[in-house]
Design a protein around this ligand. Structure first.
Ligand code: KET
Length: 455
């Protein structure tokens, strides 16, 4: 068996995972509720009448997906879900892109298609085209066959396969994630046995990037540590480094041999342009160094529930890439054997056909533009009401979310009094807003800010 760490001996492997998780959980109460630190477990009675699961504690809802659960229970006709990052039309409805409908129709009409298993690594065309989409059509790494791409279960699954692979085959079991970051990052890596620490990213005072802090923290990271980077449209802050700042980050990371792991969940959503949004990843590939990239088609193709994504690992040589792929297969096979066929087939159809690809970019740009127009509308509404505070970050931030700066109490107030649902860190999904609902949100923010303390 390749690599001692992949040994099937349950004690060493699971002990290490558990201790990494415990290290991560210290000081993090929200995860403990759902995790395995249940103190009553040893004392649980197992007589015939008692459930063997009697000791299990009620877990709290997920901080993001739990918002939708609460929203669904609210009978109010004016309720508004700005929690999860899912695109809605001006009518507040989920959107299936026309080009996706067309691709699906083509798939249904193609009688030669069967439902056989895909290979462990997924659909070959999908993998090739996904690498091309993120790395660029003229990427030397692709031309030199140094990239291995495997189809995974959307962005989350791609991160998870990457994490499991690194745990087994990379010598440095520490990852730095930005503070703050998407709520699932820490758990994905900690539960794969990787110690999670953070680097400074957001400065609440300026509502912008804490670039000095970021450089300092990456500069003092252990050599070889993994660094999680949001390729674009940072979630939840909507604050990205400038191209010049990216270049400095690249130089620093390469000089310390830090391993970049890009999370690309919003390609096309930041600027409306797929190439512009891949800039950060491409400069790290252009220098000939190695990196990992997790891609999601949930947002940019609206394929949320189809669970389509890809993990690419850019290596130094084709030989290494081949061996890496062989090990990725060993990670995937015992987890879910091989990925589902439908969503990846939709994506492959669209990416393969230049007319459909063109159509997709137009629809994607329309989604990005609608979000940008919602930023302007919300900003104007607050300014017109004279809501105290500087709200210019609403139009400066990019991507799906605005990190409003509203505190936990103000968020609960808006939910209780105005039936507006959002994550407790004050993040709102701009994609869930429409011209009709902006005034309601502005009223709620105005009331929250004027009636409750902002600290
Ligand atoms: N990375 C980031 C940065 C991200 O925001 C999400 C989803 C994902 C990965 C995973 O998406 P997937 O559906 O697995 O491709 N974020 C939104 C949804 C969620 O939390 O699951 C959100 O932040 O609302």
């Amino acid at each position: 068996m390749h690599g001692g760490k992949a040994s099937l001996s349950p004690s060493s492997s699971s002990d290490r995972r558990l201790s990494a998780l415990v290290r991560h959980l210290e000081g993090s109460s929200s995860i403990v509720m759902g995790g395995s630190k249940d103190p009553s477990i040893a004392a649980s009675p197992t007589s015939a009448r008692n459930s063997v699961f009697e000791h299990i504690l009620q877990a709290s809802e997920d901080p993001i997906l739990g918002v939708t659960v609460a929203y669904n229970k609210d009978p109010s006709p004016v309720k508004l879900n700005l929690g999860v990052g899912a695109y809605r039309t001006e009518e507040g409805k989920p959107l299936v892109l026309n080009v996706v409908r067309r691709a699906e129709q083509m798939l249904v009409n193609d009688k030669s298609r069967v439902k056989e298993y895909l290979p462990i690594v997924g659909l070959a065309d999908f993998n090739k085209l996904s690498a091309k989409l993120i790395l660029g059509a003229d990427s030397p790494a692709i031309q030199e066959n140094r990239v291995t791409t495997v189809q995974c279960l959307s962005g989350t699954g791609s991160l998870k396969i990457g994490a499991e692979f690194l745990y087994r085959h990379y010598n440095q079991h520490t990852i730095l994630i930005p503070k703050p970051t998407w709520g699932n990052h820490a758990r994905i890596f900690a539960l794969s046995g990787i110690a999670v620490t953070s680097y400074r990213y957001y400065d609440p005072a300026t509502r912008g990037l804490n670039f000095e802090g970021l450089l300092e923290d990456l500069g003092s990271a252990p050599s070889g540590a993994i660094v999680l980077l949001h390729a674009c449209a940072h979630n939840p802050t909507g604050v990205d480094p400038t191209p010049q700042q990216w270049e400095k980050i690249r130089q620093l990371m390469r000089s310390k041999a830090l391993l970049p792991f890009f999370d690309s969940a919003y390609q096309g959503f930041a600027s409306g342009n797929l190439d512009t949004d891949a800039h950060s990843v491409r400069i790290f590939v252009a220098d000939g160094g190695e990196c990992l990239v997790a891609q999601s088609y949930a947002k940019n193709m609206g394929l949320y529930g189809e669970r389509v994504g890809a993990l690419s690992i850019v290596c130094r040589t084709p030989d290494v890439a081949g061996r890496v792929e062989s090990q990725l297969k060993l990670v995937i096979r015992p987890m879910y054997s091989n990925p589902p066929i439908h969503g990846a087939s939709i994506v492959a159809r669209i990416l393969k056909d230049s007319t459909m690809y063109q159509e997709w970019t137009v629809e994607l740009k329309a989604m990005a533009d609608r979000i940008i127009s919602m930023r302007q509308k919300l900003f104007d509404a607050l300014r017109n009401k004279g809501t105290p505070g500087d709200w210019s970050h609403i139009i400066k931030q990019i991507g799906m979310f605005t990190f409003t700066g509203l505190n936990r109490n103000q968020v609960s107030f808006m939910t209780e009094e105005y039936h507006i649902y959002m994550t407790s860190d004050g993040r709102i999904s701009m994609a869930g807003l429409s011209s009709k609902t902006v005034p309601h949100l502005a009223d709620a923010i105005h009331a929250a800010v004027t009636r409750l303390d902002d600290d």
